[in-house]
Design a binder for this molecule. Structure first.
Ligand SMILES: Nc1ncnc2c1ncn2[C@@H]1O[C@H](COP(=O)(O)OP(=O)(O)O)[C@@H](O)[C@H]1O
Ligand SMILES: O=P(O)(O)OC[C@H](O)CO
Length: 504
């Protein structure tokens, strides 16, 4: 009996496999972390072989824990850290280099040159994105320019490129000789190579960057009964499980929150923090620093788009406080430390460790802790660190509201991710936004979104309406802060942000 749907969640710090039942409840989960390879300041890489092996392992373990096999799965979905890109040999399946991670700034010179030669953000009209090291296209060009094995494989026609959905699906569907080389529209849109209107690789951009189309995967819908392929040995699922869904993790979280209607939004607080706002079938170009991105495409339907605000350092800033400052021994401890003080004591922390993403897009920004006096304690720093994510989220909501004006009717923000365990942060988020913040019962919203996309594709769930009925709130935080205080705090935050500009 195929009573379950599985979802691979290949994230920045870990890979998970989660099995869901028909009610969308988690039946089994297995998770394992992988190495963060930081060879130079600002560089971040992963080992694609380790990620492939971890994916196989977590699938085996989660199935074993639940006493299930691949035959019990009606379909699987795949969701992943976006923009991170790998290169491998199509005949051997061996990676040609590390996967270059979304946070990695090694393509900075390439991006600066593109701005200088073709004008700032020269691909925005086609892709909805600014020119930034964040996106995969410049990372692919960096590999072709700096890694001889990649260059040679491209010249020989043996190289394949792909974001982590592509790498995982290619391996799960059989690898060398059999693997399906595909990506979905949400992941493809994060490469800076996909045209938002045609939902295909943009020939002019490929030419400008010198990337051959043959090395890139086919772009397919996010929920599709056939296009993503079926599993094949030697992967752990054996033969014939349909890969029915694939979405970048932030789009998957939007799907998992069932934000299917224009005007609905979610914010995911993980390593980074990503707010997506559903704009329906309309492609809206931001004039205030947001990204335009497909939210999802269901087979046979028009794509749904979103405006996105991406924050590079959220939970990662808490990790920095733990690992580099040693102020806490574990991430959750930051809440107790922050609660040793009543407020931030006028201390602000801007985590522009590798520049600032949305809505500023300032590669020249660097981190600052501002407003220090002799009164400040580590409690104030802990509070400033938590509040940084909430202020950055407010920057994004402000940008959306400038873009959409009277059309913005965001009454509540649905939230998920590791940091939503932190009540102090969530209460401050509601206060500084002056909006309700709602956390759902199923916290693995990203994997749930991929499972939903897969389940819809094979008829496990009939339609999006039936998914919407399953969504249930767990906790709601209501705003309590008075307007004067909110304005004063936010003004000071904006001053602190300005001091982070122009350091390199
Ligand atoms: N209670 C907490 N308070 C603040 N931050 C937390 C807390 N628990 C976890 N985090 C942060 O959340 C992040 C992990 O969240 P998760 O959603 O698993 O991330 P990802 O999917 O990006 O790997 C870590 O960066 C960690 O520092
Ligand atoms: O793996 P996460 O949850 O940190 O998400 C990373 C984002 O997809 C980067 O765009």
């Amino acid at each position: 009996m195929t009573s379950y749907i599985g979802a691979v969640d290949q994230g920045t710090t870990s890979t998970r496999f989660i099995i869901f039942d028909q009610n969308g409840n988690m039946v089994s989960v297995s998770r394992t972390t992988h190495d963060q390879i930081c060879e130079k300041p600002g560089w971040v890489a992963h080992d694609p072989a380790q990620i492939r092996d971890n994916t196989f392992t977590v699938i085996e373990r989660a199935l074993a824990k639940a006493g299930l096999t691949g035959k019990d799965l009606a379909a699987i979905g795949v969701t992943n850290q976006r923009e991170t890109v790998a290169a491998w040999d199509r005949h051997t399946g061996k990676p040609l280099y590390h996967a270059v991670v979304w946070q990695c700034a090694r393509s900075d010179e390439i991006c600066r040159n593109l701005d200088a030669v073709y004008g700032k953000d020269c691909f925005r009209q086609q892709t909805g994105l600014p020119t930034a090291t964040y996106f995969s296209g410049p990372k692919i060009k960096w590999m072709m320019d700096h890694v001889p094995a990649v260059r040679q494989a491209v010249d020989n026609g043996t190289a394949l490129f792909g974001t982590m959905d592509t790498w995982v699906i290619w391996n799960l569907t059989g690898g060398p000789g059999k693997g399906n080389h595909v990506t979905d529209v949400t992941n493809a849109s994060r490469t800076l190579l996909m045209n938002l209107n045609t939902l295909d690789w943009d020939p002019d951009i490929l030419k400008t960057l010198g990337i051959p189309r043959d090395c890139l995967p086919a772009i397919v819908p996010s929920s599709d009964p056939a296009a993503l392929g079926r599993t094949h040995a030697p992967g752990p699922l054996g033969h014939g499980v349909t890969v029915g869904g694939a979405l970048g993790d932030q789009q998957a979280a939007l799907f998992g929150h069932t934000c299917f209607a224009p005007g609905e939004a979610k914010n995911t607080y993980g390593t980074g923090c990503f707010l997506l706002f559903n704009t329906g079938h309309k492609i809206i170009f931001s004039r205030h620093g947001l990204l335009t991105t497909p939210a999802y495409q269901i087979h046979g339907e028009r794509p749904v788009y979103a405006l996105e605000g991406s924050i590079a350092y959220a939970g990662a800033l808490v990790q920095w406080v733990r690992d580099n400052l040693g102020l806490i021994a574990s991430a959750p401890e930051i809440e107790d430390l922050a609660n040793t003080v009543e407020d931030n004591g006028d201390v602000y922390c801007v985590p522009a460790f590798s520049g600032l993403f949305a809505p500023h897009w300032r590669p020249d920004a660097r981190g600052v802790i501002a407003g220090l006096t002799q009164y400040a304690t580590k409690g104030h720093i802990a509070r400033a660190v938590l509040e940084a994510t909430a202020y950055q989220t407010k920057d994004i909501v402000e940008a959306i509201s400038k873009d959409l004006g009277k059309h913005l009717d965001l009454t509540a923000l649905k939230v998920d991710g590791g940091m939503v365990e932190n009540h102090t942060l969530m209460q401050f988020q509601a206060d500084i936004l002056d909006k309700k913040v709602i956390r759902p019962k199923v916290t693995e919203t990203t994997a749930l979104g991929a499972a939903y996309a897969a389940g819809l594709a094979v008829g496990f769930w009939p339609d999006t309406g039936s998914l919407k009925e399953k969504w249930q709130a767990h906790t709601t935080w209501y705003p309590h802060m008075d307007d004067l205080r909110r304005t004063r705090l936010y003004d000071s935050w904006q001053k602190a942000v300005k001091t982070s500009f122009g350091w390199c």
